[in-house]
Design a protein around this ligand. Sequence first.
Ligand SMILES: *[C@@H]1O[C@H](CO)[C@@H](O)[C@H](O)[C@H]1NC(C)=O
Ligand SMILES: *[C@@H]1O[C@H](CO)[C@@H](O)[C@H](O)[C@H]1NC(C)=O
Ligand SMILES: *[C@@H]1O[C@H](CO)[C@@H](O)[C@H](O)[C@H]1NC(C)=O
Ligand SMILES: *[C@@H]1O[C@H](CO)[C@@H](O)[C@H](O)[C@H]1NC(C)=O
Length: 410
Amino acid sequence: MLRRLNFYSICFAFGVSVLLILAGSRYTDNTNYRPSSESRRNIRNYLKIEDGENNSPQPLPTNPDDGSPNIEKILEKTRTKVKFDLINYNYNTSGVQKLEDLLMESGGRPIRSLIISTWRSGTTFLGEILNAMPGNFYHYEPLLNFNIVQIRGPPYSEKALSTIKSMFNCNFYGMDEYFEYGKVHAYQFSHNSRLWDHCKYKKELCFDADFTSKFCKLFPFQSMKVVRVRLRLIQELLEDKQLNLNVVLLIRDPRGVMQSRKHRDWCLPAPDCWRPELVCADMISDYVAAGRLLKQYPGRLMVLRYEDLALNPNNTAYKLLKFLKLSPTPSIEEFLHSHTTVEVGGVSSTFRVSREVPFRWKNVLNFSNVEDIQMVCKDAMDLWGYRMAHNASHLASKEFNPLDQFKVTQ
Ligand SMILES: *[C@@H]1O[C@H](CO)[C@@H](O)[C@H](O)[C@H]1NC(C)=O
Ligand SMILES: *[C@@H]1O[C@H](CO)[C@@H](O)[C@H](O)[C@H]1NC(C)=O
Ligand SMILES: *[C@@H]1O[C@H](CO)[C@@H](O)[C@H](O)[C@H]1NC(C)=O
Ligand SMILES: *[C@@H]1O[C@H](CO)[C@@H](O)[C@H](O)[C@H]1NC(C)=O
């Protein structure tokens, strides 16, 4: 009897938490969302589904022996939620007519967006903007388990590219190393908020290739950020017609990058991370690759400087969405509004983005630090439009504006 009671209370608690997760994520997705009368009807239907489950005298049909969640049920709820969250979405912007055209589960092709950058270059913020899209599945850093290396070619390139490709195809089978790494590094999954909603209470779900593959296929938008692969190698992915990938290259002033990497203990043992000459050689390589790819794959690559994004987040974000064929949603507007006006602590907090942040290095580095970087980065800085500080007083002066124009030439 006691066991039975216990079982019911667990089921009840599970039901309530699922409801809370769904309700919570709905509000974050749709703050300021004013439903039309049509979608109001849908809210009612949606709530009815949930009410039914929670008021029902029957416990959720989970397995009484191990309390494992019902995967089919999670998938069904997610299908409903994605549909609901995108009820007012303008599919025309994405070049299709309806949601199913973007769902792998229905044989459609999702909008796939890949952010290529390097450590401490503002990818967290950019990634979160894209993840503010309802119906986005965020493949956060699939190459964490490669550790702190830059992949510029063999021996790692083949495996890295095939991992990226598999994940964009929602094929997580055989990715044992990825799952093993995630078991001890939860942040590999937690940035993928829509997946994490389910596995924060049931970690096994995140390590389950079958569940992850099926779940992934329910999402019309698939974004990924990668800081360990140089742009040159991405050509192979752009060639893949079925993948139809759009790529955003995010660049940052090497002085800002190096300052931000200082005192990061994970960075120090890795020359790819702490040696400015390697960072800047990669910037040159990316510049050359960008010129070539812009020409070979028009409309498929966008280059972006972190400083421009931080100084002008709204306009830059709208340009980015247009490039990616994503229609702006109220949740994106709300995200931009709330994340560009307040400053909140925490190292990787995306709340810090404001006008001062990209230039913080000017106050933290002394001229001798800056000179060390500039000496090996001159060419990269010229190409990407970053101006030199000539001396200590120039560096400290208000007149010094590190940003110049830049143009990627082919
Ligand atoms: C959808 O987009 C096409 C061009 O891409 C345009 O001709 C058409 O009018 C649009 N339809 C709607 C309903 O906005
Ligand atoms: C952001 O930019 C878009 C498009 O340029 C514009 O319609 C919108 O009003 C802007 N929002 C704010 C808060 O500036
Ligand atoms: C600049 O800062 C470094 C530490 O980053 C310090 O070792 C060096 O002495 C400083 N140089 C000057 C000229 O203040
Ligand atoms: C520092 O650089 C500025 C700008 O190039 C120059 O005008 C100034 O004379 C320099 N100051 C010193 C002390 O060299």
